[in-house]
Structure formats: C-alpha cells, structure tokens
Design a protein around this ligand. Structure first.
Ligand code: PMP
Length: 417
C-alpha cells in the first residue's frame, strides 16, 4: 500500500473533513479553531461563500487558459485590480503558482535587470524550498541539508532580531545595517550585488518585525548602490499585518514585491510586481509556467480582494491583532517561559526561552500540541521551533480571539506544568 513520504512533517494529527470560516472540522466531527489559516493562506476564512461562488462559476466557464497560449479575462481583471493595491509604479505583473516560484522569478529578474549576480538575504529568512529559493533561505538547515551545492552568489547578513541579540530595536537596527555595510566592503561589492531580499516580518524565522528604520536603511543603500530592494510579502501581504503590505508602515517603496498565500484564499497563485523599467529587462520567454495565473485561482483572487475591501479585513486584522496581542502578553506575564510576544496585526509569535536564555523548542512544541488537543490549531517557527505563532484568518472576531486566548492559557499551563 502506498503511503505519504516521511519527508512530510505534520504539525497536528488532524485529518480535515471541511473548513468553514475560522474553523476546521475533522473526520470525527470535532471542531477546531484554526489559528494557522493553512500557514497564513485562508485570510478570508475557510470556504468564504463569495470565494466559493466565484471559483464555482469560473470552473464551469474556463478552468485553464494558459497565459502564454491564450489570455483570459480573470487574469487581465486581476492585474488591473492588483494595480490598485500595489505600491505606486509597481505596475507590471507576472504570475506563477507558489511563493517559492515567485521568489525564483524575482531572483532571475533581479539578475537580468541589473546584470549583477549576488543576492543578499538576512539570517533567519525563509524564501522557499525550490533550489534558488532554498539558496536564499536560512531559517533552518533542514531546508538546505543534503541538497547542495546551492545556487552561488548568496550572502547572508544579520537580521535585527532585537530580542535574541539582547539589544533594543534601535541598537539591533544599527548593528544589522553596520554589518550589511561590512558585507559591501568585504564580501559582495555593490557592483556585484543585484538585490537584497527582505521579509517585512521575518516569518518562518520567528515572527520578528523588521524595524521601519531597517527597511529605510535598506532603501537608502539600494538607491546609493543601484541594487534592487525585493520585499518578500508572501506571508506578510494582503492585510495580514494590519496594513495591506507589511512594508507600508516604513514608508519605503520596494523595487519588487512578491505575493502569494493570502492572494487567492487557498488556490495556488503567486505574483511578482515591478516597475516597467525593471520588468522589461526580463526577455520574452525567460519566465513562464504551464499553470501560472490559472483562471480559477484568478477568479478566487478577485473575490478575495472584494471580500477584503467589503468586510474591512485589513482594519479587522489591526483591531483583532491588538486584542490578541494584549491577551498573549497577559499570558506571558504569568509564564516566564515565554520571553517575548511580538509581531504585527494578525501575525503574532510567542517566543519560548529556557532559564539560561537559550531557545526552548521543547516547551513551545508541548504548548502547540496541548493547544491542538484542546481544539486550537497553532504552528511553531523560529530558530529552534521555539516560537508559537498565531495567524488566524483575517475574519476572526473578538469572541473567537478570546476563546483562543483561554485555550492558549490552558495549553501553556499544561506545557510548563
Ligand atoms: N516566502 C515566504 C516569506 C514564506 O513565508 C513562504 C512560505 N512559508 C515562501 C516564500 C514559500 O512559499 P511556498 O511554500 O508557497 O513555496
């Protein structure tokens, strides 16, 4: 009998039978509060009626057009609509299926557009699992072990992870920018540097927001040295952090934005956006893919944009994020095992630390498992799996946040007791 590959690691034993709103129902009829949202994907909730209706209608009309063969209306309409929410001037789009593929596309474009080879990434970043994206990923060696040699030309510089560095946010920002300047002086000349890739909130690496001054420092260096600033908004985009894009509070404009996850409420769709002057450097035929910009996924993305606007989901993410964060801080206040609570909007992390200051992955895993037993689905992330993260659908309401907090309190008490 065939079985799934052991390379698949599952965070909970749940076998989902159906999803509705912020809930997953398992095959035995048990209901779970889903604060994973399929790793930050189902922002409009599971099976939002408008997304379902749009997808159903499209399935019956045209499933697959294939954008290098025939164009289709959902892709053209989505491009127009994304133009309304993307940063000014990033008005050329290209579609693929996953975050990793979009990261690959951005790396290829950055090299083509600048004629330079090297990419700078920050320690702890996650950009994906395909070969190019994995080469940019340093959130954990499990992504890279045994698959090398990786794509050359990737330089890793420290991220301003204030809590783990034992610094204030200002000190950590200064430190990280100083180290970056050192890379330009010693490892990758600005003349060889094509791009810097940054997650506005470090995701798989531990839910650490990039301070505004850090992103501004990157923008300033990109302008000075002529390389591209690439914002990997795969996890932070589409309202997740309480603004439409994670980089928004910093006031900077990236040269390339990468989006996926929340874009199509669970259908596989991703995109990169850049100004025409950059995108036109990718010569025709150098990018593409059989399934990119699938018609059903595009219809779902259009409905997702409608729902986000009509239901005020960006504002809800900010409001519910505050409520969840205050509650998490209260739980952490009575449990010294949780050393830090942080994040933006509905992208919040609880970092577990042992009394000696080292990351405490074991307690974090116990808390995550206990939460699942009590009906709250959560995931971990961070350097040692020691950060329990909360990424509910953006439709979550106050009562559901409070229920999750009470389940979390029980789970933490069980994990540390
Ligand atoms: N970039 C970021 C910031 C991500 O969080 C992820 C997925 N967790 C990816 C890229 C890769 O996306 P995918 O799994 O769809 O390939």
């Amino acid at each position: 009998m065939a079985e799934l590959s052991p390379a698949l690691k599952q965070a909970t034993p749940v076998v989902a039978a159906r999803g509705e709103g912020v809930h997953i129902h398992d095959e035995d009829g048990r209901r779970y509060l889903d604060f994973t949202a399929g790793i930050g994907v189902t922002s409009t909730g599971h099976c939002h009626p408008k997304v379902v209706a749009a997808a159903q209608e499209q399935v019956a009309t045209l499933i697959h057009g294939q954008y290098t063969t025939v164009m289709h209306r959902p892709l053209l309409r989505l491009t127009e609509r994304l133009g309304e929410v993307l940063p000014e001037g990033l008005d050329r789009l290209f579609y693929v299926n996953s975050g990793s593929e979009a990261v690959e596309a951005a790396l290829r474009l950055a090299r083509q557009a600048t004629g330079r080879q090297n990419a700078i990434v920050f320690l702890g970043s996650f950009h994906g699992r395909t070969m190019g994206a994995a080469s940019l990923t340093t959130s954990g060696t499990k992504i890279r072990a045994g698959i090398g040699p990786l794509v050359p030309g990737v330089v890793v510089s420290p991220f301003p992870y204030a809590y783990r560095l034992g610094m204030s946010e200002e000190e950590a920002t200064e430190f990280a920018l100083r180290e970056l300047d050192l890379q330009f002086a010693t490892v990758t000349s600005p003349l060889d540097t094509a791009a810097v890739f940054v997650e506005p909130v470090l995701g798989e690496g531990g839910y650490v927001p990039a301070p505004d001054a850090f992103l501004q420092g990157l923008r300033e260096r990109a302008d000075r040295h002529g390389f591209l600033l690439v914002a990997d908004e795969v996890q932070t985009g589409f309202g997740r952090t309480g603004t439409f894009w994670g980089h928004e509070p910093s006031g900077i404009r990236p040269d390339i934005v990468i989006t996926a996850k929340g874009l199509a409420s669970g259908f596989p769709l991703s995109a990169i956006a850049a100004p025409a002057a950059i995108m036109e450097k990718a010569w025709p035929g150098s990018q593409g893919g059989t399934y990119g910009g699938n018609a059903v996924a595009c219809a779902a993305a259009l409905a997702t944009l409608d729902v986000i606007k009509e239901e005020g989901l960006v504002e809800n993410a900010a409001r519910m994020g505050d409520r969840l964060r205050r509650g998490l801080e209260k739980v952490a206040g009575s449990h010294p095992e949780i050393g830090d609570v942080r994040g933006r909007g509905l992208m919040l992390g609880n970092e577990f630390t042992a009394p000696d200051g080292t990351p405490d992955g074991a307690t974090a895993q116990r808390a995550q498992q206990a939460a699942a037993r009590h009906g709250l689905l959560l995931l971990t992330c961070g350097p040692a799996g020691n950060v329990v993260r909360m990424i509910p659908p953006l439709i979550v309401d106050g009562e559901q946040v409070d229920t999750a907090l009470s389940l979390w309190e029980t789970a933490v008490a069980e994990a540390v007791g």
